[in-house]
Ligand binder design. Structure first.
Ligand code: HEC
Ligand code: HEC
Ligand code: HEC
Length: 377
């Protein structure tokens, strides 16, 4: 005992001295400016390996706490692809489209997702896309409450390595016809040849509705409601990592123009139709038209049927997965802090899962088929 104690103490003091020297050396390296932070020069190979090693371990450890993925439906993949085109492809490139010249000179350079996405499992991809990676330029998701949107991107990343440029383009841009800008336009306006900013990639345009049933139909909404929504996204009162950056990039005059464009359109022909369950539609019709007095649920049609205030959204013809998804978000009160959201959140909180699916089926039953005839009553 008497002999061991000093030995142990000696070990501790050695350790303290070594740690102290390392800290001082680290400080001296940082202080002297000897370490070159130039992105043009790359890291020392040992630093690069150490960084990659700690990044992988950090992601793997944290991804264990990510919940299980939802089902990766074609609607989810399509939405993820459309967002990837506008939000990620500039840095990472996409099938048939190299990354931007400036992005290629970042350090570390953003890797090609078709190559590296398969190095990670779904939860790890989710964690990276939601939280980003410090000191690399890989950004976090704009809204930390919208896990559902992050999963859409993961669903797409799972497929990216198998996509040829044409299929990718069809998923991300749809059948939108993108006119080649004139020489004068190129010389005097912002070029949008990849149509990254085009709303129609996701919401459809002219006679076409959204391709993914997780994207709302804007055709025929009042311009008041469209303006309120765009203003709420831009100010962060309504959360969406997909819509917030898009709305924030529009000025007021552009918002007015695009809102009156969609407000004037006839209901679109739905590309993907929800399979109708007649019983659910009937239960939904009763709830939407009469409400449920004992549960204090007011009739939805009073506000959403087309006779409500112009500031309220029309739900007739909206797709079922979109309506149900928004009701679940409203019920959890995560994504809307607007005054209008304050009207809807208490109502959504009183709805059961089955009631949500029923009203969603009811409103979706009005969607117009590709052939042109209405499917609802
Ligand atoms: C401003 C440029 C930029 C944008 C925009 C960006 N990323 Fe990244 N991303 C990076 C950089 C840089 C890295 C490299 C990190 C590293 O190697 O440690 C990275 C890394 C990643 C990784 C990890 C890949 C690996 O194996 O190292 C994934 C996955 C990823 N990004 C997905 C996305 C997705 C999905 C989006 C769009 C929602 C996106 N990124 C948007 C720059 C960007
Ligand atoms: C990458 C796909 C994508 C693009 C491009 C896009 N949107 Fe959206 N938009 C969405 C999604 C997804 C939602 C639903 C977001 C949510 O959950 O709040 C949405 C919601 C909206 C809403 C709210 C509608 C409602 O019923 O609540 C408006 C208004 C809107 N978008 C307008 C636009 C305009 C205008 C543009 C073009 C400047 C545009 N969007 C471009 C995907 C997109
Ligand atoms: C008193 C009026 C009122 C009643 C009644 C009402 N809502 Fe709403 N609802 C609103 C308002 C206002 C919004 C817009 C919230 C916003 O812009 O953030 C809304 C938004 C919604 C949305 C999101 C739509 C979109 O495109 O973003 C859905 C879905 C919805 N309501 C479903 C229902 C259902 C189902 C019922 C019946 C059970 C119902 N509402 C009853 C006022 C009402």
């Amino acid at each position: 005992m008497e002999r061991r104690l000093p030995r142990r103490l000696a070990r501790w003091s050695d350790l303290l001295i070594v740690t102290g020297v390392l800290v001082v050396c680290g400080f001296l390296i940082a202080w002297s400016g000897v370490y070159n932070v130039a992105a043009s020069r790359g890291h020392w190979p040992i630093v690069e390996r150490l960084l990659a090693f700690s990044m992988r371990n950090s992601v793997e450890a944290r991804a264990n706490f990510v919940g299980s993925p939802p089902r990766f439906s074609p609607d989810l993949v399509r939405l993820g692809a459309a967002h990837f085109h506008g939000g990620c492809a500039y840095c990472h490139g996409a099938p048939g489209q190299p990354s931007g010249q400036v992005a290629q000179h970042m350090l570390p350079p953003p890797p090609d997702m078709a190559v590296v996405a398969s190095h990670w499992n779904e939860r790890e991809l989710f964690w990276i896309v939601k939280h980003g990676i410090k000191y690399t330029g890989m950004p976090a998701w704009v809204s930390q409450t919208r896990d559902d949107e992050v999963w859409a991107v993961v669903a797409f990343l799972r497929q990216i390595s198998a996509l040829d440029p044409q299929i990718y383009r069809e998923l991300a841009v749809g059948d939108l016809e993108i006119a080649v800008p004139s020489g004068r336009d190129l010389a005097t306006r912002e070029a949008a040849t990849e149509a990254v900013s085009a709303c129609g990639r996701c919401h459809g345009a002219e006679a076409h509705g959204p391709k993914s049933r997780l994207v709302p139909v804007l055709h025929g909404q009042t311009s008041e409601f469209l303006m309120i929504s765009l203003g709420d996204y831009a100010a962060g009162r309504r959360e969406s990592g997909i819509m917030q950056p898009i709305a924030a990039a529009l000025n007021l005059a552009e918002m007015r123009k695009v809102a009156s464009y969609y407000a004037a359109l006839d209901p679109p022909r739905a590309a993907a139709r929800d399979p109708a369950d007649a019983d659910a539609v009937e239960r939904g019709r009763l709830l939407a038209s009469q409400g449920e007095a004992h549960a204090q649920i007011p009739p939805c049609m009073a506000c959403h049927g087309g006779t409500g205030l112009d500031a309220y959204p029309r739900l007739v013809g909206q797709s079922a997965p979109y309506i149900a998804g928004q009701l679940r978000l409203l019920r959890a009160a995560v994504s809307r802090r607007s005054p209008a959201g304050g009207i809807m959140i208490p109502i959504a909180r009183r709805l059961s899962d089955r009631q949500i699916d029923d009203v969603a089926a009811f409103f979706a039953s009005f969607a117009v088929r590709e052939g042109g005839e209405e499917t609802g009553q």
